[in-house]
Design a binder for this molecule. Structure first.
Ligand code: ADP
Length: 214
């Protein structure tokens, strides 16, 4: 089953996507992670998206759609996948509909994580990421064992460039104008399930699985 996770920056989509993917034994496809990987490897795509991403803007639909099309063609997606951070514009949603129709694959549910704006700002402000492996922590909610160091590889934890306050504002704006309309797009087809995004990750996962019946 192909699931889409929707929610503003800081809603906990990435965390839930990893947990859900493990629970349902399907790949986790995060366009944000894919772009960060391109940047880290210095690929052609990485060079094209670097400045846009760092400033909290959205990469063009053209680049994003092409990257997702290639990813969804791989064999490991046969049993389904969790789409995290894609689609992010109505243009991407329309493209995805066409792509899935061509592939003969139905879209399952769209999970919308509901979180207040105040909670989002608090979460992103305290978020720290491993400079080496990308693992995510929070200074108070989910601190690493040793302050400022990744539990997995000991590398330094940093504030992601796009998590800096001015760039967070830009991401929130992009979300409100370009991504939030997607909820209505999928609601019109009865595909949206709403989940309260505040609380323990394990509790949110359990609530999601109950709503999905999986
Ligand atoms: P967030 O933490 O805001 O949910 P992600 O890790 O999903 O962010 O994505 C980080 C950045 O990657 C975005 O701010 C954007 O620049 C780019 N990006 C990721 N997915 C998409 C997409 N579907 N369309 C356009 N840009 C994207």
């Amino acid at each position: 089953m192909i699931l889409i996770l929707l929610g503003p920056p800081g809603a906990g989509k990435g965390t839930q996507a990893k947990l859900l993917a493990a629970a349902l034994a399907v790949p986790h496809i995060s366009t944000g992670d894919m772009f960060r990987d391109h940047k880290a490897r210095g690929t052609e795509i990485g060079k094209r998206v670097q400045a846009i991403m760092d400033a909290g803007g959205l990469v063009t639909d053209e680049i994003t759609n092409a990257m997702v099309e290639e990813r969804l063609a791989r064999a490991d997606v046969a049993t389904g996948c969790i789409l995290d951070g894609y689609p992010r514009t109505v243009g991407q949603a329309v493209f995805l509909d066409g792509l899935l129709a061509r592939l003969g694959r139905p879209l399952g549910k769209v999970v919308s994580y509901e979180v207040s704006e105040a909670a989002l700002v608090e979460r992103i402000g305290g978020r720290r990421s491993c400079a080496s492996c990308g693992a995510v922590y929070h200074v108070t909610q989910q601190p690493p064992r040793q302050a400022g160091r990744c539990d997995k590889d000991g590398a330094a934890l940093v504030l992601r460039e796009d998590d800096k306050p001015e760039n967070v504002r830009k991401r929130m704006q992009e979300y409100a104008t370009k991504t939030a309309p997607l909820k209505a797009y999928y609601q019109a087809r009865g595909q949206v399930v709403e989940v309260d995004g505040l609380g323990e990750p394990a509790v949110i996962l359990a609530a999601t699985r109950q709503l999905l019946g999986r």
